[in-house]
Design a protein around this ligand. Structure first.
Ligand code: DQA
Length: 148
C-alpha cells in the first residue's frame, strides 16, 4: 500500500473563510476528505496534516522521507522564502509535489518566486482545491513509472 503524506502550511486551516475569492469556499477538511477518497480508489493511504509552524512542517517532511512513499505540500507563504523547508525537502529521497490553490504567478510579485520548486518533481498552481488531486495523480504516475 502506498502511503502519501499531504502537508499544508500557514493559514490554510482558515480555508473556507480566508479570502474566498482567491482560495474558494471549501474548508481544508473538505478538500482533504475528497483527496482521501480519490486516493483510496487508487489503493493509496493519505496522511493529511496542517501547521502554522515552520518547524512542524520540517519535522513532518523528515518523517515523510523515512516512512512514506511520496509527499504533497502546500507550504503557503513559506514557499516564497523558507530555505529551511527547501533544505528539508532536499534531505529526503521520496518525490514531492508542490501545490497552490491560487495561480501564484498571476498575483503579487513576491509570490512569483518559489524557493522549493527546485527540489520537487513538479508544481500545480491555480486550479483551486482540485490541485491536490492533480498532484496526487502526477505523483502516482511518477511512482508507477519508477516501478516499471
Ligand atoms: C498559497 C499561495 C501562497 O502565496 C499563500 O501565501 C498561501 C496559499 C496557495 O495555495 O495559493 O498561503 O500557497
Amino acid at each position: 500500500m502506498m502511503k502519501i503524506m499531504v502537508l499544508n502550511g500557514p493559514n490554510l486551516n482558515r480555508l473556507g473563510k480566508r479570502e474566498p475569492d482567491i482560495y474558494g469556499r471549501e474548508t481544508l477538511e473538505q478538500i482533504m476528505a475528497s483527496l482521501e477518497s480519490a486516493a483510496k480508489d487508487n489503493g493509496c493511504d493519505i496522511e493529511a496534516r496542517q501547521s502554522n509552524h515552520e518547524g512542524d512542517l520540517i519535522d513532518w517532511i523528515h518523517e515523510a522521507g523515512d516512512k512514506y512513499t511520496g509527499l504533497i505540500l502546500n507550504a503557503g507563504a513559506f514557499t516564497h522564502y523558507s530555505y529551511a523547508i527547501r533544505d528539508a525537502l532536499a534531505s529526503i529521497d521520496i518525490p514531492s509535489i508542490e501545490v497552490h490553490l491560487s495561480n501564484i504567478y498571476a498575483r503579487e510579485s513576491f509570490r512569483h518566486t518559489s524557493v522549493i520548486s527546485e527540489v520537487t518533481i513538479g508544481q500545480i498552481s491555480g486550479f483551486g482545491s482540485i490541485g491536490y488531486e492533480l498532484a496526487f495523480k502526477g505523483l502516482l504516475h511518477y511512482l508507477k513509472g519508477e516501478e516499471y
